[in-house]
Design a protein around this ligand. Structure first.
Ligand SMILES: *Cc1c(COP(=O)(O)O)cnc(C)c1O
Length: 358
């Protein structure tokens, strides 16, 4: 990586900082005293804006991060003897250190492995019907990730169909929307239409990866499930006493659709990166690039060389390669530089190979 430039990486969208709009509202909220534990005007305002965005009379809570959001939402949807159906790549399965089981007191995850990181209706029917005896946890919830961990999207008809299938089996629907903004920006549909209108019961709407510093929103469209939820948050250490600083940045994100523009920018950068990578011999794109990440297979040595140049990215063995992810602040110049470095590395590896073959 050339020196003298601001460091940007392609590891995750949570490598990025806080966007100016979120920061500005943090500053605005930092004036005088305000009631603690969410009884302040900022928290009320942020929740109202979310209700407006979703055109729904939902219950909204702010927690520190997405793991807590998912785990506490699932705990509120389940008894300890219940099971949650999710994809085998789902964050709740692979990256939450057992938090859903821990906070629910025993919920089990039942995983399916549909193509492109997505569950299908057939898979839900299959997983929901495998066991009905009382010796196995009872399926209660389907958890969908939007955008998925493979960087793909569930289309509106797909979400509708999955929710319909869940309903037929008496299952509730949780949506992990850590990258919901990227999904909406790419799909161009209304947040209302692809969540509450389809029958999603609870949505965890990520703020951090979209440009806030801390704080994800848990949105209960099925408001009955939100009963006593504040106690659950408090017990889990997720009730911020200075809640206004989690909530105010959301007001900034929702104003003038900043959340959507940030998601769209990240998607656009990933699209440019994908286009550059597709033109490089030795790069294989692993999943359809639909949101802000590009999954790539290439020679092991190329990943090492890329890391050696100082670039940070994640290798996902389960996905069969590396993930390159763009964020709200990714600079197009950095995308070009990154792609240039990959092209240089792969061309020198293939030259080596020709030399060795001779
Ligand atoms: C990042 C992420 C989360 C939340 O992770 P935290 O690090 O706990 O904020 C949840 N789901 C998905 C799909 C994610 O990518």
């Amino acid at each position: 990586m050339k020196s003298g430039l601001k460091t940007q990486h392609f590891a995750s969208d949570n490598y990025a900082g806080i966007c100016p709009e979120a920061w500005d509202y943090m500053t605005q909220a930092n004036s005088g005293h305000a009631p603690a534990y969410g009884d302040d005007d900022w928290t009320a305002m942020a929740a109202d804006r979310i209700r407006e965005l979703f055109a729904a009379d939902c219950e909204v809570f702010f927690v520190f991060n997405g793991t807590a959001g998912n785990a506490l939402a699932l705990a509120s949807m389940c008894q300890s003897y219940h099971a949650v159906i999710c994809h085998r790549l789902a964050h709740i399965e692979t990256d939450e250190c057992g938090a859903p089981a821990f906070f629910s007191g025993g919920v089990q995850l039942i995983t399916g492995s549909g193509p492109e990181g997505k569950l299908t209706p057939e898979m839900i029917t299959d997983l929901a019907g495998r066991r009905s005896d009382l010796h196995f946890s009872k399926p209660q919830v389907v958890s969908l990730t939007q955008a998925t961990e493979a960087g793909t999207l569930y289309s509106l008809p797909e979400v509708r169909m999955l929710c319909e299938t869940a309903r037929q089996h008496g299952l509730k629907v949780h949506m992990d929307g850590a990258r919901f903004a990227n999904a909406i920006a790419a799909l161009g549909c209304k947040p209302h239409d692809i969540s509450v209108a389809c029958g999603v019961d609870v949505l965890c709407f990520g703020g951090t990866k979209n440009g806030t510093g801390v704080g994800d929103a848990i949105i209960f469209f099925n408001t009955g499930l939100a009963k006593d939820f504040e106690y659950r948050c408090k017990q889990a250490g997720q009730l911020s006493s200075k809640m206004r600083f989690l909530a105010a940045p959301w007001v900034g994100m929702l104003e003038n659709d900043r959340w959507l523009k940030n998601g769209g920018h990240a998607n656009h950068c990933a699209m440019l990166l994908e286009a550059r990578l597709r033109a490089i011999a030795g790069v294989r794109i692993l999943f359809p690039r639909q949101a802000n990440s590009v999954y790539v297979h290439m020679d092991e040595r190329a990943f090492q060389a890329l890391a050696g140049l100082g670039w940070r990215f994640y290798i996902f063995p389960e996905a069969g390669g590396a993930r390159f992810m763009c964020s709200w602040d990714t600079e197009i110049e950095q995308v070009e530089r990154f792609a240039d470095d990959i092209a240089d590395i792969l061309s020198s590896i293939s030259t080596d190979r020709v030399a060795t073959d001779e």
